[in-house]
Design a protein around this ligand. Structure first.
Ligand code: ADP
Ligand code: GN1
Ligand code: MG
Length: 371
């Protein structure tokens, strides 16, 4: 079943959620690389309009969508209680699912695709690039706080929605196989990028080894902490709500920290083609380190603090390697909007890794300042 046919079931999905009012708008939404996201708007007589986010889960990537939804229900209902306890607004500070007509938190359409719907968080924005450094600081506090709020969440109840998601060593093996198989005949043209990975193989093992030895603790983490996975309140400027909870599972806090740096501390977008524009801003890095440590509220161990710069480098390296792997395999994983999109993304990540290498002492000193 191709994507167009699959999306044709959107109308069927809309009919099968507990939406109220007349549908007056239905448009593709956001810039996520994985799910298909739509903004729907409904009109109710005398009550104005309200918006909803409808998503088709990427079933190729999330092999067990029901488990994804169970994780999300567990985490959002837990967060809801914590937010209420802390005097916050649970309708805006966490995602809230809308049930399907059969009462389930998702709808499986007649060709097997899974759909879910969330209340739209209005008057808040998810950014693809930092526009104001205060926003980046606030996102750091919110991601740190997310980590803190989930400290006592029963990790053993969470499914591993994508096995080995941040197992960088396993991803290195998949990358090597993609190079060897070279199914699209692209390897020769990206030898420079392939060599970049092979020269840094040891990076793929550092964090996994420290986890195995117990030097780094396993926590409940988000695992996809890029800036556009957080809503910033348009009025208060605060990091309002952490979204995109598909990959919440046990993981490393420094990977959450690192993924935010890879995306948000870059001076260019993830797919910038002019690499002279791509650097890791030490000002933005500084701001994020401060905000994340504050948001975690003293929960990070000395070892975690020490390894924060490594988290940033490893997540950036891993992401570049994932983009390159997808390019070699024929662009099946990340959505692309132009032929060499994944290669462009890979190049920005590797440029950032190089830049971090050249700023390594500064990156370490900045952590020391705030720990
Ligand atoms: P993907 O996994 O494809 O990245 P996301 O869940 O991150 O999908 O959603 C894509 C985009 O849709 C987000 O970056 C955000 O802009 C928007 N979005 C998602 N959920 C909501 C929501 N509840 N309210 C407002 N916007 C949302
Ligand atoms: C994907 O879903 P989205 O667009 O927020 C990916 C992340 C990558 C990111 C790169 C489930 O995130 O792991 O870091 O793209 N999500 C999944 O931008 O693979
Ligand atoms: Mg997203």
């Amino acid at each position: 079943m191709n994507r167009a046919n699959t999306l044709a079931k959107k109308e069927e999905a809309i009919q099968n959620f507990r939406f109220v009012g007349v549908l007056v708008k239905d448009v593709p939404y956001g810039s996520g690389h994985i799910n298909d996201t739509f903004l729907l708007e409904f009109q109710q007589p005398d009550m104005g309009n309200h918006k909803v986010i409808l998503q088709r889960l990427n079933h190729d990537i999330f092999k067990k969508p029901v488990q994804v939804m169970e994780n999300i229900m567990g985490v959002t209902s837990y967060l809801r209680k914590e937010i209420i306890k802390n005097g916050g607004d649970p309708d805006r500070e966490t995602l809230n699912l809308i049930k399907a007509t059969d009462g389930k938190p998702y709808y499986q359409d007649s060709i097997g695709s899974f759909w879910r719907a969330y209340y739209f968080i209005d008057e808040a924005t998810s950014y693809d690039q930092v526009e104001k450094s205060e926003d980046f600081y606030e996102s750091a506090v919110a991601f740190g706080n997310f980590q803190k709020l989930l400290t006592n969440y029963p990790a053993d109840t969470l499914y591993e929605t994508i096995p080995g998601f941040h197992d960088t060593a396993a991803r290195l093996e998949v990358f090597k196989k993609a190079v060897a198989d070279d199914v699209c005949g692209r390897a020769a043209s990206v030898q420079k990028e392939i060599d970049f990975v092979l020269q840094r193989e040891e990076l793929a093992h550092v964090l996994g080894d420290m986890l195995k030895s117990g030097e780094l603790p396993l926590r409940v983490t988000h695992n996809d902490t890029k800036l556009n996975n957080i809503m910033i309140d348009d009025h208060t400027g605060r990091g309002l709500c952490v979204i995109d909870l598909d990959t919440v599972m046990p993981g490393l806090a420094i990977n959450d920290f690192g993924d935010s740096i890879r995306f948000g501390a870059s001076t260019a977008t993830e797919d910038e083609t002019d690499l002279t524009k791509v650097t890791c801003s030490m000002d933005l890095y500084d701001i994020y380190v401060k905000g994340y440590i504050e948001g975690c509220g003293g929960a990070l161990t000395d070892k975690e603090l020490e390894m924060m710069p490594t988290g940033a480098k490893v997540m950036t390296f891993e992401c570049g390697m994932r983009f390159l792997t997808d390019y070699l395999q024929g662009d099946n994983y990340f959505k692309i909007h132009r032929p060499e999109h994944n290669l462009d993304r890979c190049r920005t990540q590797f440029k950032l890794v190089e830049d971090m290498e050249s700023k390594w002492d500064t990156m370490r000193e900045i952590v020391t300042k705030y720990k």
